[in-house]
Ligand binder design. Structure first.
Ligand SMILES: Cc1cc2nc3c(=O)[nH]c(=O)nc-3n(C[C@H](O)[C@H](O)[C@H](O)COP(=O)(O)O)c2cc1C
Length: 186
């Protein structure tokens, strides 16, 4: 049985998330054997317990990063986690082999709809361009990059509209189902 670690990188999943909260709740139900790492609960002060986080990574075969897109990238808390935990000598460098062979899967949401992420569209570039840093990191750390599960159009502005809120809930549940299937296939 493979060990799955799902890292939630939302900066405030408890109080200021709609989509990621649903996705994480669904995943807890769909993948009861997985380990769940809620960075906002563990590190509201951004003081990451590096040894504890490295231990979780070492125990995992599949590492899933779950996050909302903030400024075309990952949220600050997840970036801080990565900067602190993926240390030279641990994940990379001549003696850093702790993550070798582990699978890295991304799962993220954006406020702007999926079709706005294209050449000539409002967001100018494809969704894939926001994932290249992770592919490069996986390569540097001898991990296998497994791609991403993505949902767009889950925005703050939709939260005030009942029908749009219901559509976002459906999209988040569907995201979790797709993600769980993908994880199970790895
Ligand atoms: C600080 C901040 C930056 C954001 N940057 C982007 C962005 O660059 N592109 C985008 O499509 N949405 C952006 N959004 C919208 C979020 O991606 C969206 O609210 C999130 O995916 C919804 O998930 P949630 O309901 O779990 O918070 C941003 C939101 C915040 C708060």
């Amino acid at each position: 049985m493979k060990n799955v670690l799902i890292v939630s990188g939302h900066t405030d999943l408890q109080h200021n998330s709609f989509a990621n909260k649903i996705i994480m709740e669904d995943l807890e139900r769909l993948l009861p054997q997985a380990s769940f790492d809620y960075l906002d609960r563990l590190y509201p002060d951004y003081k990451i317990d590096v040894a504890a986080e490295q231990k979780k990574l070492v125990a995992a075969d599949v590492i899933v990063l779950q996050f909302p897109i903030f400024w075309y990238s990952m949220p600050s808390l997840l970036a801080k986690w990565m900067e602190d935990v993926f240390e030279h000598g641990f994940s990379h460098g001549s003696s850093g082999k702790a993550l070798t062979g582990k699978k890295l899967l991304l799962s993220f949401t954006s406020g702007s709809p999926a079709d706005t992420y294209a050449k000539g569209a409002p967001q100018l570039y494809s969704v894939e361009t926001m994932t290249t840093r992770f592919q490069q990191a996986a390569n540097l750390c001898h991990m296998k990059y497994e791609g991403f599960v993505y949902t767009g159009g889950v925005s703050y502005s939709n939260r005030a509209d009942k029908a749009k809120l219901a559509a976002m809930a459906d999209a988040a549940h569907a995201h979790a189902t797709r993600l769980a299937k993908k994880i199970q296939s790895l």
